[in-house]
Design a protein around this ligand. Structure first.
Ligand code: GLP
Length: 241
């Protein structure tokens, strides 16, 4: 695991965006694994700038998002479909038909999750997977548990995640209790994984991810076993290393 430490979240975002841009320049039809949350926003802002400056072209890229809540409409202000349109898809020239976000409203979630995994494999696998991290060490919505779940799956969110994510909703009661998440398998199969973490409230999770044992209690710790995982963290998130 390679660790790059920066002074500010903006610097983390710039560096992470540069890595993703390099991937797109190297391979114009790259398969991008994308993440939501507040942490990747500086990365997306920088990617949009690079697109506007003519440095990168998304027209041949395809993307697969990590996760989505179950049971809220796609146009809900807190849905990850909405987040991706607002922060990236509607701001660059990616073909919306080439973007994929799990359907948390599918009538058959089992079918949805297995076809989502298959679509990634059929696309040739993810070239670069962007990740944030939860305060409890989750990646995507892979919550602490007894094992690493490999396939895309339905998840029951933990209290810690509901508490952390309530800031986006009107109240804690409005936070969905379930989600669909890419499993650890697709994340580990990505040819490159970039995890961004900023702020003091991520310091413990980053410590456990980097210095702890590999354990499903800290799902991100599996990245120690990834051959090409890079952490972009600010000095606050690095403060316990
Ligand atoms: C959510 C998402 C994760 C994200 C995490 C951290 O739970 N499912 O993919 O990494 O939030 O979010 P933030 O970056 O806002 O702290």
């Amino acid at each position: 695991m390679e660790i790059r430490i920066f002074d500010t979240p903006a610097q983390c975002g710039n560096a992470c965006a540069t890595l993703i841009a390099a991937q797109i320049i190297k391979k114009e039809d790259s398969i991008l694994g994308l993440a939501t949350g507040s942490t990747p926003i500086p990365t997306y802002n920088r990617l949009v700038e690079m697109y506007q400056q003519g440095i990168i072209d998304f027209s041949k890229c395809r993307s697969f998002n990590l996760d989505e809540y179950v049971g809220i409409p796609e146009d809900h202000p807190c849905s990850y479909h909405r987040f991706m349109r607002d922060n990236l898809f509607d701001r660059v020239n990616i073909d919306i038909a080439n973007t994929h976000v799990p359907n948390g409203n599918a009538s058959d979630l089992q079918k949805e999750t297995s076809s989502y995994d298959k679509a990634i494999i059929d696309a040739g696998g993810i070239d670069v997977q962007l990740l944030g991290i939860g305060r409890n060490g989750h990646i995507g919505f892979n919550e602490p548990g007894e094992k690493f779940i490999t396939p895309c799956h339905e998840v029951t969110l933990t209290e810690s995640t509901i508490e952390a994510n309530k800031r986006f909703f009107d109240s804690e009661n409005d936070v969905p209790r379930k989600a669909v998440s890419l499993g650890i398998g697709a994340i580990m199969r990505a040819r490159c994984v970039v995890l961004v973490a900023t702020g003091k409230d991520k310091a413990q999770a980053i410590h456990d991810t980097v210095k702890g044992e590999i354990t499903p209690d800290v799902q991100a710790s599996i990245l120690q076993a990834h051959p090409n995982a890079i952490l972009f963290i600010d000095k606050e998130a690095a403060s316990m290393l």
